[in-house]
Design a protein around this ligand. Sequence first.
Ligand SMILES: [Zn+2]
Length: 305
Amino acid sequence: MNETIIPVYGSSYMYAGKCSVGLYLDKTTKTAILMDSGPDERTAEEIDHALSQEGFSIRAIIHTHTHNSSRGGDAYYALRYPEIRIYATPSSLGRGHGFEHGLRNVTITELGENLRQELLDVLRLLNERDEEVQIAGVNFRILPLPGHDPGMVGIMTPDQVLYCGDALFGERILRKQTILLYTHFGAARRSFRKLAAMRPKAYVLYHGGIYRDLSQLINQHLERFNRLVLQTEQQLAEQSVTVEQLVHKLMQNHALEDGIEQYWLVTEIVHACINELLELDRVTVSIHQGTLRIGLREHLTDRSG
Ligand SMILES: [Zn+2]
């Protein structure tokens, strides 16, 4: 087998690049099914070349979610393999990074105008529930794992290898990035519990590769959530603030360079933080002259008392 194709277990493999694109290789029919499609066209070409060398042709792509880095190869594969089918959940579609996709809700009807016809023709929707689906003759189990993205799912192969997408990040990302993209901490915690309770042969993290046990990683993620919520609460202790102020402070604290993608990422995280504090009943929000302000609930109670 080509050295860029790493065996995980049985017929389940992964690509050796920066992003661990999942590969399910049926050696009798010589068909390949991809779990996510890589960050860009160049990677897609490399994967395609490696698989072609071994006599495989790609029949389907199953998306854990459709952030830019997970679906960068879709257009390449759709043109290269006209018979291919690309599976994704409705909630994750169109949620790319940046203003164009990330900051507005894209409905499926709108997608028709934005996505190229080639992609629409091959697109198939996945249900957002725990169920088995047959794709290109292979039975996969689809497991909702929201938290990083509302429509995220994990994909379990018949070998019991669980491809987790970005439900959890590997050690390299934890070392490199001080801030992690999660859109709902509560949903993420529930997904972590679900992941920990599964007993697959191996977990494959899209940004992290193969893991047999996730408990340490999960703890590190939970610590980061707690720290971030605590820091936000401390900032609110001085006075009520706007979302923009929270975004500004977080970008400064984590020394993030100015850029649309970073801004979008931090805005999503700030919304997740505010949501968490609202669910804990620690803050209240109010709109004043068109500006949303977030304040600690105890301050309001002090004043009224
Ligand atoms: Zn992602």
